[in-house]
Design a protein around this ligand. Structure first.
Ligand SMILES: [Zn+2]
Length: 137
């Protein structure tokens, strides 16, 4: 691999990771919006439930609409969480670099080609993501 290939590859990685970052930020922004919307809906449902209870009434149509809205939002949030996890896990691992001089190392290098320092072993793969929490039925 010559220097130009290396530069092109580095630029490609950079562009990819920048767009991945943007994608993650976009997803997280949307998640934040849904979370605050859910908070509002929970508050409204709680208020409505107390009102119904005071009047010794069962859930009415308004309340059903609220609960449906909450369920939909929860599902949307769960879906976004999955999307973020997919985007994150699709990212290539960061390149190995020399702890001594910062030069980029090939995965199998045992010594730095630039300064000759002993290369630290490749980082262990990240642990699998924790299992998804309970989902609303
Ligand atoms: Zn080095």
């Amino acid at each position: 691999m010559d220097i130009f290939d290396r530069a092109r590859r580095a630029l490609g990685d950079l562009a990819q990771s920048a767009s991945t970052q943007a994608q993650i930020i976009q997803l997280q922004t949307r998640m934040g919006e849904i979370e605050s919307e859910l908070t509002r809906q929970y508050a409204e449902a709680g208020r409505r439930a107390r009102e119904l209870w005071r009047q010794r009434l069962f859930a009415d149509a308004d309340f059903e609409v609220l609960m449906t809205r909450i369920t939909t939002l929860q599902q949307e949030l769960e879906q976004l969480r999955t999307e973020v996890a997919n985007v994150v896990s699709a990212q290539p691992p960061p390149p190995r670099t020399c702890a001594q001089c910062g030069a980029e190392l090939d995965p199998n290098d045992r010594f730095c080609g630039t300064c000759g320092a002993v290369a630290a072993p490749a980082a262990a793969p990240p642990p699998p993501p924790p299992p998804a929490g309970p989902t609303a039925a």
